[in-house]
Design a protein around this ligand. Structure first.
Ligand code: BGC
Length: 516
């Protein structure tokens, strides 16, 4: 009997030891996996880093590429597209104008009754609909007919308070947020698609003619008076309220910037220069590229899997369509190489774009001590249950790294434009411009006259900038870091939904109705 008891005791002890060994070894495995994940994180952080000297190189590269893109067609990856907008709204525009706005996942129509300097925006209404995904990769006829149909039903609901000028057809500003080579304010051919659109037969087409035809087919007497990029619309909308607005930047699904350039600097336009001496340039900065950009393996892999590989390199590092996917790719690497989320890689994590930037932003905004929101998003999006705090911290840091890099690069882009137009504070000597020869109101000269250029306002729009507060904060910090003292003369501010109304304002300023 005694022997049996002793035997049982030995077996139990051995089992306990084995169990303990299993626990210890599993803990060690988890620790070593965690260490591996941390190494992946560290490597990624180093590859993404944007210390000040590197950012300055990006600033310089942006300014240099801007010059090159203005000198000759194809001189730079920056298209630097002339927009034929040589006058921005002043406030005296009057009448009823429409705008249609195609550029991202949503499509918008709006109408606005302008009341001149006194009345300004008397009344406005808009409607927004999601673009059916099949139209983003369908045919040109289908896409433009969809726009015409939405516009038509919106016009049919025009109510009280909107008065078209007697005897005039309704005029439209068409915000089309893709690269277009304009030949006039109201015509231009599509160069290429971005942001997941791929309507192949529209490339090379005049997008104004295409939409105008569809509108007419529906029996409407409406005329597209202005074709504008969303950045140009934002610039126009911003300038309507504040005459210091010189630059507009969109940080949304895609990204881009437009600014007011001295006509003489646009050498590729030859002699066809506007009398006003200025023209708005649509930079198409999403396609900017420089060897100074901190590109990682995750960026390369992402680029290869997009429908426009090799294009929009800057956009793929900083805009809302892509940030979430960069995060996903890093998490996937951690899942595959370090079993960060358990022995199995969550299936859905293998799917491109399964983590949206809004989810990333939600996790990044998590201030709770146990990073509860991070845990919830991982559960809801990928079905990963019961993540430890250590795992959540790693995920949080990946979001932080990707957002910080994107925001700092966007800041460098903005400062690059300021540098190009001589408003980054590095031009110590200024004099007020003469009528004929000026750089956006000021001229850099060797003379000792140092006078004030006043404030330079950068009008910002786009969901990423508006809704991702940590991104916005990182960007502001980097602008100040780069500009130093000169940052007191630069205001970067949200100009919400300016692009549609800006297009309507530009339509107004070219139409007879809108002119005084
Ligand atoms: C387009 C630009 C547009 C920007 C923001 C980019 O993908 O190429 O034309 O301004 O997105 O919408």
């Amino acid at each position: 009997m005694g022997k049996v008891v002793a035997g049982v005791a030995i077996v139990c002890a051995a089992a306990a030891c084995a169990a303990a060994a299993v626990v210890v070894s599993s803990r060690m495995r988890v620790r070593s996996q965690r260490r591996h994940a941390r190494n992946v994180l560290q490597e990624f952080q180093e590859a993404c880093s944007t210390p000040l000297p590197r950012l300055r190189q990006v600033v310089d590269a942006m300014a240099v590429e801007m010059h090159a893109g203005l000198v000759s067609e194809g001189g730079s990856r920056l298209k630097m597209l002339p927009t034929f907008v040589d006058r921005l709204p002043h406030g005296d525009e009057k009448g009823l104008y429409y705008a249609v706005d195609l550029g991202g996942t949503n499509f918008r129509v709006l109408r606005v009754q302008l009341g001149g300097k006194q009345g300004r925006v008397i009344k406005q209404e808009y409607e927004e609909v999601a673009i059916p995904p099949e139209l983003m990769i369908g045919s040109s006829d289908e896409l433009f007919d969809f726009i015409a149909k939405e516009l038509s039903s919106f016009v049919a609901r025009e109510g009280d308070g909107f008065r078209p000028v007697a005897g005039q057809s309704r005029e439209i500003g068409f915000t089309f947020s893709f690269p277009v080579q304009q030949t006039a304010l109201n015509s231009g051919t599509l160069l290429n698609w971005t942001k997941g659109f791929k309507v192949v037969d529209a490339i090379g087409q005049d997008v104004v003619a295409a939409l105008q035809t569809c509108i007419q087919k529906r029996g409407h007497e409406m005329r597209i008076a202005a074709l504008v990029n969303d950045t140009v619309g934002t610039l126009a909308g911003g300038r309507y309220w504040n005459e210091d607005v010189m630059i507009a930047v969109i940080l949304g699904t895609g990204t881009n910037a437009a600014y007011v350039e001295r006509a003489q600097a646009i050498s590729k336009c030859g002699n066809v220069l506007p009398k006003s001496g200025q023209m708005v340039i649509n930079m198409e900065w999403g396609n900017f590229w420089s060897s100074h950009l901190p590109r990682t393996q995750a960026d390369e892999a992402l680029d290869n899997e997009t429908i426009n590989p090799g294009e929009q390199g800057f956009e793929k590092m900083i805009s809302g369509m892509y940030l979430g996917d960069v995060v996903r790719r890093v998490l996937l690497k951690m899942a595959q190489e370090a079993a960060l989320f358990g022995p199995n890689v969550p299936r859905k994590m293998l799917e491109a774009f399964s983590l949206g930037t809004p989810d990333m932003s939600k996790m990044h905004a998590d201030e709770s001590s146990d990073l509860k929101v991070v845990g919830n998003v991982l559960r809801d999006v990928y079905g990963i249950e019961n993540t430890s705090l250590a795992v959540r911290k790693i995920v949080y840091e990946v979001c932080d790294t990707v957002a910080e890099r994107g925001a700092r690069l966007a800041a460098a882009g903005i400062v690059g434009i300021l540098k190009k137009i001589g408003r980054d504070g590095t031009h110590s000597k200024w004099k007020v411009a003469s009528e004929q020869n000026h750089v956006n109101g000021c001229e850099e000269v060797g003379s000792p006259v140092a006078s004030e250029c006043g404030k330079t306002v950068v009008a910002m729009d786009g969901g990423l900038y508006e809704r991702y507060s940590k991104f916005r904060a990182y960007m502001q910090v980097a602008v100040v870091e780069l500009l130093g003292d000169a940052s007191k003369d630069v205001v970067v501010e949200l100009s919400k939904d300016g692009s549609g109304i800006g297009a309507a304002l530009l339509a107004a300023s070219v139409s007879q109705n809108g002119r005084k």
